[in-house]
Ligand binder design. Structure first.
Ligand code: ZN
Ligand code: ZN
Length: 252
């Protein structure tokens, strides 16, 4: 039921008066992300692997990507998953604060432009149907739609289907567990939608890269010309290091 239908602008203005937006970083009234908090967001510090975005000590490719290239052409994540970005992603994902989607989608769009990611279409990482029913929405799809609006790019929400109802990644601490968890989890049920396209797979956060890699394998099998993974944030080194292929940290 939408009692406010027909007066969206008035409704929005009234809601802003009743519930003024608060900054996700400092809780100050006025904006969802105030200027000082925006200026202090933690960017993924270079150097990082240009393929998998894993922090490295030197060079532009990590040892694992040199030894055994991934199916995905590259992963980009502008921010570290901490501070205001962590709070914003959590509120979008677990607390139904969908009003954050335009702001976060715009940050994602900025990253696609600044990183010169080749893209003709955006594909959100799908949730399993059961999980999407529980949550009521797919946060990756909200981000992709907002980024698509900013960039004038089409979004193909049904290009991929999540055929395995994997347990949430945050509950799977083991590297091999994480990898096995999403292996073959995705299928491209409509190859004609992505054939020959330069696809960017969109998600909120990249923990190990295993989910994006699994999506890329499905999309490339379906004929996508290139597949990049773009997320808003990447887990810091201590949590993400060495996990992409289920290998233990090597001390690099
Ligand atoms: Zn703030
Ligand atoms: Zn790498």
């Amino acid at each position: 039921m939408n009692l406010l239908k027909g007066v969206p602008r008035l409704a929005s203005a009234s809601l802003d008066l009743l519930f003024p937006p608060r900054c996700v970083g400092c809780d100050k009234d006025g904006q969802l992300l105030c200027s000082p908090c925006r200026a202090s967001l933690s960017h993924l510090p270079p150097p990082y692997c240009l393929r998998c975005a894993q922090p490295i000590s030197y060079g532009d490719t990590c040892q694992r990507c040199m030894a055994s290239p991934l199916a995905i052409d590259g992963i980009r994540a502008p921010f570290l998953m901490e501070g205001a970005i962590r709070e914003a992603v959590h509120r979008l994902k677990y607390y139904n604060l969908r009003t954050l989607a335009p702001l976060l989608g715009a940050l994602l769009a900025d990253s696609l432009i600044s990183q010169a990611v080749p893209v003709t279409a955006l594909v959100p990482v799908p949730l399993h149907r059961r999980r999407e029913r529980q949550r009521g929405y797919n946060q990756a799809c909200l981000l992709a739609r907002e980024a698509g609006k900013s960039l004038g790019l089409p979004v193909i929400p049904h290009a991929l289907s999540r055929i395995k109802d994997t347990s949430p990644q945050v509950k799977s601490p083991g590297a091999e567990e994480r990898r096995a968890n999403v292996r073959d989890a995705f299928r491209c049920l409509h190859p004609s939608l992505v054939e020959g396209m330069a696809v960017a797979v969109v998600d909120d956060v990249c923990t190990t890269g295993a989910t994006l890699e699994s999506c890329a394998m499905a999309l490339k099998e379906a004929g996508a010309a290139s597949v990049w993974g773009v997320t808003l944030a990447r887990e810091p080194l201590s949590r993400s290091h060495g996990l992409l292929r289920g290998e233990p940290p090597s001390g690099v």
